[in-house]
Design a protein around this ligand. Structure first.
Ligand code: ADP
Ligand code: MG
Ligand code: MG
Length: 875
């Protein structure tokens, strides 16, 4: 059997992914810090393999492990010169969870383990500090009671609050030894009442219980949700770190704190963090006491502050990344309790990557690989319009940047409910806890009344890329009445507010927004990415506004210009309906003639913006009935407008109805039945080009795309039609136009017969929405009913409509690419559809040797970065 327990002082450990796999991130980094010679309390890690074993074997901890744990504790006892459970100098332990990637606050930790009615007296005598000993013991009962025995923490909190009320004090720090003594008794009574058993006095029983609880916390509801949101596999498991306690709660020369080596919100190179004097563990992040800015340590503990700064620098140099650090000061001695790569906002991620290249800590290649493309999303979206009028009702800490507006909700359930109705919400809580993770995910932004910049709400929001204003103590929340007050203003549930997580301001109503600034560090990183990518990036666009946005974000062409959206415009839909309701080709042509100028001017505008770049225009795709009126009033209006009887219109609608429109009379099938429609569209494209020529605008190269092809014969016929129309227009305007004709590959048959189809196609564009749909036989519109069950049952890893199914759909793409290119070497290959903007799918496209990806305008920078990463990773 592999080694399952590792001491922090094990020198053979490497700083690599493998060691994180076995030790978890926390354990691996504790060992690394020890190796660097930093002050880490001694201890050891039980490997994630044991967690795996635990779940496969009826949640049992193997005897062998228990034996080894005892051996390791002996070593820790030797180093600390204390003994576990001893009645004169007791060793106390912390039992901490830690998986491969950090899941802040999602799993459990127990501190001060090893205290009981007797060892607490020993601790008091040894330290000559009764208050500290009792405070530690009550913390232990509270944490153990919650984590191991499952008693909700608010029961304990309420006992403390009541006690403070009776005594007439506000702060925990105002309670003395006797007070804690009383509370310890109350806590023990509470445990007995809830658990029907006395609080365990046997230290070994305590230890086993805590190890077990850490393993079990891997399977807690909140941890599962967190994993689902972040695509963390369930089988990884957690390690358990067992470590000697150090105490930040022994007096005024003690402290505990959390710090980042740079500002995780803006990325600036400055110390960022918080600490509390005479406190322990989670006090800083829990929001129960308001912590102080770490900069103050320069005055209150100058020596420690200097040492900390030195360590921060050392850790950054070692890990070559911004670190998120936890530390404790016990009687003027500094102890390091954790380091890890810190979560950061998109803005900070970019600034830090670019700065670290300047500082020669990393190369620009590493910088490109460092930034998660998905988080750019938050940067690319609009920010508050500075000029807009704002009514500021409160302010708090700027905990996670970005602006968000939505209806005020006070519970996670409500936020989730409203999300289902596509409504935007701002989750307003006194403070958040891991139970709120669902609601935070569902809402647009988070506002809390309590908690600092490193509070749960702040950390989780930054990780999710959601705006957050934390610790706004100007707001008074009343959960019962479902309202909060900010000064004299009362905001009720459902009222709309806007929060700005960059400035910490809370505003009334919805504030207008403006486009983001993408210059500076952002453009620098993008330029590096462009240097390292092979895949071209295009945008999907059918309006001048989107086309402009796509270009501004760096699109190198349009990969999908859907023409049907142009038909829905109010003025045009009448002609479209007239065309559809026509009975003869002549009538249809007459109606189409009315549409031609509209379509032509649409193309002209887009071609003008694209200025010589390729533009893929897809000819009409959806079934015609999609354009027909649905309400009685619309039916009445159209019958009057076109002078057709009401009856006739209704009859035609019934006639066009399809049971399964996804697989109906659509795509190239329309072109085959009604060639005049495609002919008009091609005419519009070529005439728009003629117009460009006249106006001396650089000519784009149109790529005319025939949708929903499954056989070579379809494209053979329709290509002919395109070519004929092109010849006609070229002749009339006596110009020469360069164009391509190609097809979408979105049906399995087309993928398989790619060799025949390529005879008539200059390019393939993989329409992966439909291809996923038709490969799985799952309709995207109906999959919502069971997709969750499929993900839950691990049938699907991810929603295949979000991230490409490499093994099935991907195989079809590879087959089509290979067979198509065998037929025609010059065949151009791209992908349009949602997958074109998904980093995981882009990685696949690079592997499948496609030429370009195309995605919505706001995802273009994401695709550029992802394409660079895909190429660098492949190499
Ligand atoms: P999380 O993964 O939720 O951050 P940790 O295992 O880091 O949980 O524990 C939470 C807090 O408990 C730490 O931030 C630290 O303040 C405290 N803590 C953990 N281990 C020790 C220890 N050995 N001595 C003192 N405090 C500790
Ligand atoms: Mg921690
Ligand atoms: Mg399609």
């Amino acid at each position: 059997m592999d080694k399952l327990i590792f001491s922090f002082s094990n020198k053979s450990l490497k700083n690599n992914a493998k060691s994180k796999e076995i030790l978890g991130g926390k354990g691996a980094n504790l060992a690394q810090m020890a190796k660097l010679g930093l002050p880490v309390p001694p201890g050891f890690t039980i490997s994630t393999k044991v967690c795996e074993y635990f779940y496969k074997n009826n949640k049992k901890i193997p005897k062998k492990i228990i034996k080894q744990v005892k051996k390791e504790i002996k070593i820790t006892e030797k180093i600390t010169k204390k003994l576990f459970g001893d009645l004169s100098n007791p060793l106390l332990l912390s039992v901490r969870s830690g998986s491969r990637v950090s899941m802040p606050g999602m799993m459990d930790t127990v501190l001060n383990l090893g205290l009981n009615d007797k060892t607490v007296i020993a601790l008091k005598n040894k330290t000559e500090n009764g208050r500290f000993a009792k405070d530690s013991y009550r913390r232990f009962i509270q944490m153990y009671g919650n984590v191991v025995l499952g008693i909700q923490s608010h029961f304990f909190e309420e006992l403390i609050e009541n006690y403070k009320l009776t005594k007439g004090v506000l702060q925990d720090t105002e309670l003395d030894e006797n007070d804690w003594d009383g509370l310890i008794q109350n806590f023990k009574d509470l445990v007995k009442e809830k658990n029907k058993k006395d609080f365990p006095q046997d230290v070994n029983e305590q230890l086993l219980g805590a190890i077990r609880a850490v393993f079990l916390s891997w399977d807690s509801k909140r941890a599962k949700i967190y994993r689902k949101i972040n695509y963390i596999p369930d089988h990884w498991g957690t390690a358990v770190n067992i470590q000697a306690m150090v105490f930040g709660n022994m007096g005024q020369d003690c402290a505990t704190g959390v710090a980042f080596t740079r500002n995780p919100s803006t990325g600036s190179k400055e110390l960022f963090g918080e600490y509390l004097i005479n406190a322990q563990g989670e006090d800083v992040v829990a929001g129960t006491r308001t912590p102080m800015n770490i900069i103050n340590m320069g005055k209150s503990m100058p020596k420690i502050f200097k040492q900390l700064k030195k360590i921060f620098k050392e850790l950054e140099t070692k890990y070559k990344d911004m670190q998120d650090i936890e530390f404790t000061v016990e009687n003027k001695k500094l102890w390091m309790l954790q380091t890890r790569s810190g979560k950061r906002t998109a803005k900070a991620a970019i600034k830090i990557a670019v700065d670290m290249v300047k500082e020669k800590l990393i190369t620009n290649k590493q910088a490109v690989l460092r930034v998660d493309p998905n988080i750019l999303d938050t940067l690319l979206h609009p920010t508050l319009d500075e000029k807009a009028e704002k009514i500021i009702i409160a302010s708090g800490l700027p905990a996670s940047p970005g602006a968000a507006s939505g209806k005020v909700t006070f519970s996670s359930d409500e936020a989730e409910r409203l999300k289902e109705q596509m409504q935007n919400t701002i989750l307003v809580r006194i403070e958040t806890s891991p139970e709120d993770i669902n609601g935070m995910h569902a809402s647009q932004g988070i506002l809390t009344a309590r908690g600092g910049m490193t509070s749960h709400a702040a950390v989780v929001a930054r990780g999710m890329g959601k705006p957050c204003v934390s610790g706004s103590n100007e707001i008074k929340i009343d959960y019962e009445k479902k309202l909060f007050k900010a000064g004299s203003i009362e905001i009720k549930e459902g009222d709309i507010i806007t929060i700005d997580g960059g400035s910490g301001k809370v505003m009334l109503g919805e504030i207008p927004t403006v486009k983001p600034d993408i210059s500076g560090d952002f453009s620098k990183l993008m330029a590096w990415a462009d240097k390292y990518r092979k895949l071209k990036v295009r945008t999907n666009s059918e309006t001048p506004v989107d086309t402009k946005t796509g270009r501004d974000f760096g699109a190198e062409g349009i990969g999908l210009c859907r023409t049907e959206h142009m038909f829905f415009d109010e003025k045009r839909i009448i002609s479209v309906r007239e065309m559809i309701l026509s009975n003869t080709p002549e009538d249809r042509k007459a109606a189409l003639t009315k549409l031609l100028p509209y379509q032509k001017s649409d193309f002209f505008e887009i071609f003008k913006i694209m200025n010589g770049l390729p533009v893929t225009v897809r000819l009409l795709d959806p079934p015609l009935h999609e354009f027909l009126p649905k309400t009685d009033k619309d039916i009445y209006d159209i019958s009057k407008e076109l002078n057709i009887s009401h009856q006739d219109v209704k009859f035609r609608i019934t006639e066009l109805h399809e049971d399964n429109p996804m697989l109906g009379h659509r795509g190239c099938r329309l072109g085959i039945s009604f060639p005049e429609i495609y002919e008009m569209q091609c005419q519009a494209i070529f005439e728009a080009l003629a117009q460009c020529k006249k106006k001396k605008i650089k000519l784009v190269i149109p790529e005319i795309m025939i949708p929903f092809v499954s056989t070579a014969a379809e494209i053979e016929i329709l290509r002919n039609l395109v070519d004929k129309t092109a010849q006609k227009i070229q002749k009339t305007h006596s110009i020469k136009i360069k164009y391509y004709v190609g097809t979408m590959i979105e049906l399995p048959r087309a993928a398989l017969r790619a060799n025949d189809i390529a005879k008539y196609a200059d390019f393939f564009s993989f329409g992966t929405n439909d291809l996923t749909q038709t490969t799985f036989g799952i309709s995207r519109d109906d999959s919502g009913k069971f997709l969750n069950d499929y993900v839950e049952n691990k049938i699907f890893n991810k929603d295949p409509f979000v991230s490409i199914d490499e093994r099935g759909v991907g195989e079809l793409i590879k087959i089509a690419a290979e067979r198509g290119r065998k037929q025609k070497k010059s065949l151009k290959l791209g992908i349009c559809g949602e997958h074109g903007g998904d980093p995981a799918s882009i990685e696949f496209c690079e592997k499948a040797k496609l030429n370009y990806v195309s995605c919505s305008p706001y995802r273009v920078p994401i695709a550029r970065l992802a394409a660079a990463q895909a190429y660098l990773k492949k190499k």
